[in-house]
Design a protein around this ligand. Sequence first.
Ligand SMILES: Cc1ncc(COP(=O)(O)O)c(C=O)c1O
Length: 392
Amino acid sequence: MKKPTRVNHPPAVGLPPDNRPLVDPIYQSVKFEFGEVDATLKALRGQRPGFFYTRVSNPTLRQLELLLAEMQGRDDAIVLGSGVAATSAAFLSLLKQGDHVLGFVETYAPTRRTLQRILARFGVSLTLLSIEDLEGAERVLAERPTRLVIFESPTNPVTKIADIPRLTDLAHRHGALVVLDNTFAGLHNHGEYDIDLYTHSLTKFASGHSDVMGGAIIGRVELIRPIRQDHILIGAVLDPHAAYLILRGLKTYFLRYRAICASAQRIAEYLAAQPQVERVCYPGLASHPQHALARAQMQDFGGVVSFDLAGGEAAATRFSEALELFGLTASVGSTESLVMAPQMLKAYDLTADQRRISGVRENTVRLSIGIEEAEDLIADISQALDRASRPA
Ligand SMILES: Cc1ncc(COP(=O)(O)O)c(C=O)c1O
């Protein structure tokens, strides 16, 4: 064998049957072969186990899918290249021309925009209500046949809590599927509710380290199967190396989530005691309007704390820029703490009325708490509050 041939067919090194790696290898391979046409065709038709092409499936991706399904308490999952790929793949598979969707003002803006900008072109309509308006939801569901209800809890950024049992019951009574974007609450929350599909941005708490993007749809096998068939054609695939990084992140998921929630609670309490803070939004505070509901529905209260700062947008901007330990950037659920200033939170596509419903004000700041020492974070917040109160 000449060397140019050999480098493409390197020596095989297999493990003896009684020897296994503690960390599974990354199957960084697009193609898998059986060496026999019959076995290949059987695998392609799903008549025998095995892998053929990574856009369809891959052992590293499958390992992540099985783990996520188990964490969320369902029997199947599909992983994709990002959180928005997960929501849009769910929409594209579940919806058809003429379908109606019930959504909420308090959802991640690209979720709304996917429905308004892309699905609308295919004849899908959307009604947007407030997540607090269950009477409105009942009215809309009674008036219009609805294929799907999509919501979040806690909502971004002001952490409103959806009444999950009431909303799922209403939707199911009217024949609609229920999709919950469970990114903020995490993979360990809300599994006991009658949710048909969970979507997650794995970019956030699941991977946790700000270095990889991913998304997942989790649910019953019979709902995931058609989504997977469509996904093979659309191709928003997760790379095996990204899947490996997410699997690695998940090893510390519970440790990180616990630490983040404990610090978020302390920070929310600290902020609530500051005279220049007008409102603190954190479901773990007894003052949160839906604290009792959050307690009943969640094992913990999440890592996002929002608050309104006296002095308007200018003071909130000064505060955000004065923080030293918080990255002034998008996203939540990373090891590093992050901050979003009011201008970065403003939903420019909403009407004035919808903006009021959203609960985001001109002086609202969102903090995503990381795993740094809570004391250091509080000291940083304290100095930033001080600087925010002193215009230059
Ligand atoms: C609730 C929620 N869902 C979905 C997404 C989209 O995730 P990704 O950025 O991985 O596409 C985000 C991102 O911020 C989010 O906050």
